[in-house]
Design a protein around this ligand. Structure first.
Ligand code: SF4
Ligand code: SF4
Length: 459
């Protein structure tokens, strides 16, 4: 992280803490800043606290530019919900009661059932108590004709049981480049239709979620004067801030620093996905855990990652997929209120990110868009197992001539067999390529599968 950037964060932290009534706590660090830098701080967002909860347990909110609506900095990613509706209701009720008011779903989540489950849970509450985000998930070419896409759009209203959608996104633009964007949204007149729907008030805020070819991201922002994006959803975490590319990742990945920086200049607030990078930042190696504990002993690695994301003033909300009550409670503790990272903490996380970049992890976010595999391979399960082994230092590689290689290989294989059933292992991959076009991270999935198989072979 650059010096300029960390200084800017420190200033943002000061402003943030002042709004929390804790400004004097940072008086010393503030004195170290030059007056010109303080004046030059760009800021388009404001943080406020919820009113109802006891002091110290109040959710942090961000104020939506233009409307003044208070959006909880912790957003509920609904993608991986429990199967039982009662459990979904219980999570949603608890989240709402504790200040979470942003819920993110999509027509393709949960095999098509996620919007319905979200609608069932949310519609039991007054409509003005929550903001719901859903998307135009017309990635499949058969849905590109305008009438087909409109059908998906209308279904979202029916399933969510609403007559307006608070946040509507062009889902996962960037994969497939400009041709894909034109086919899905421009040439068929769909974006024009959605702009009209925003004018009519059925869409309150229009934005897009971005993965992939940065030319698409740039083109959409270059045309901000025409489209007036209300928000943009990006993948951002301390690891991908300056290291989004690299081993195991697709070519041409844009760093989050670039994405956030462009949005910040335009005054567009962001919704953050993958603050934990598919869970990888919650499962860090023992030495990283130790470094974190030395700096802040009670925080988990996940709390560090969330605090880092939430410290950015133009983040409207950070999405977390919370399918278990303990995750929800831990996240609520982190965001109620959110204590922004200090300069020193930012620097520690930047060093940790540098260290992580040297590790050969696979950039899988476990989103499961690639599933099902017709040969039964549990693609996210295999990659998650491998990544955990990397971050925990249990990988037999890179040195197969090392004296402990065989011992490590056996231990790795044993753990792999215990975690992944025979029918779902990497060995079942037939290299059919079906999953390639479905992965928003554009991972070379079959190549990684053969690497996984190769790694467990005796040398
Ligand atoms: S390439 Fe392999 S993992 Fe992907 S769908 Fe085909 S068999 Fe499954
Ligand atoms: S391989 Fe790609 S599509 Fe599949 S879970 Fe990982 S990131 Fe998602």
């Amino acid at each position: 992280m650059s010096k300029k950037h960390t200084e800017r964060h420190e200033m943002n932290r000061r402003q943030f803490l002042e709004r929390l009534g804790l400004g004097s706590a940072t008086a010393f660090s503030l004195m170290a800043l030059e007056p010109l830098q303080v004046m030059a701080t760009p800021r388009t967002a404001m943080s406020v606290l919820g009113d109802d909860a006891p002091e110290g347990q109040q959710m942090t909110y961000r104020v939506q530019n233009g409307t003044g609506e208070k959006i909880s900095l912790l957003g509920f990613g609904m993608m991986r919900l429990p199967r039982e509706q009662e459990k979904v209701n219980e999570l949603v009720d608890y989240a709402l009661a504790n200040g979470v008011n942003y819920f993110d779903t999509a027509p393709i989540y949960g095999g098509g059932s996620n919007e319905t489950a979200t609608g069932l849970a949310l519609s039991r509450h007054p409509r003005d108590k929550y903001y719901v985000a859903t998307k135009m998930s017309n990635q499949n070419e058969s849905l590109w004709p305008l009438e087909k896409s409109k059908e998906m759009y209308e279904n979202s209203f029916r399933k969510l049981q609403v007559d307006y959608i608070d946040y509507y996104l062009l889902h996962s633009v960037g994969g497939g480049g400009m041709d894909n964007l034109r086919g899905r949204f421009i040439d068929n007149g769909l974006l024009d239709f959605l702009l009209e729907e925003r004018k009519a008030g059925r869409i309150r805020h229009l934005g897009f979620s971005y993965h992939g070819d940065v030319k698409v991201f740039d083109w959409l922002l270059d045309n901000h004067d025409k489209y007036h994006w209300d928000f943009v959803q990006i993948q951002m975490n301390y690891r991908d801030w300056q290291h989004a590319g690299g081993r195991g990742r697709r070519r041409g990945d844009a760093n989050a620093e670039y994405l956030y920086g462009r949005l910040e200049k335009l005054g567009i607030q962001c919704v953050i996905m993958e603050p934990l990078r598919g869970g990888g930042l919650a499962n860090v190696s023992d030495d990283i855990r130790l470094q974190m504990a030395r700096a802040r002993k009670d925080d988990t690695p996940a709390q560090w990652a969330f605090r880092w994301v939430g410290s950015h003033p133009d983040v409207l909300t950070a999405l977390s997929g919370m399918n278990r009550m303990e995750h929800l409670k831990e996240n609520l503790a982190t965001f109620s209120p959110l204590m922004p990272c200090t300069t020193v903490e930012n620097e520690l996380l930047a060093r940790i990110a540098d260290k992580m970049t040297g590790l050969p992890t696979i950039g899988c976010t476990t989103c499961a868009y690639c599933m099902p595999c017709k040969y039964g391979v549990d693609i996210p399960g295999n990659f998650a197992f491998y990544n955990k082994a990397v971050t925990e230092g249990r990988l037999p590689l890179p040195d197969s001539s090392a004296p402990d290689f065989e011992e490590k290989r056996k231990a790795y294989l044993e753990a792999y067999r215990a975690a992944i059933p025979t029918a779902a292992r990497a060995t079942k991959c037939q290299d059919c390529g079906e999953c390639l076009k479905k992965c928003p991270q554009e991972l070379p999935i079959p190549t990684h599968m053969s690497r996984l198989v190769e790694m467990t072979r005796k040398k």
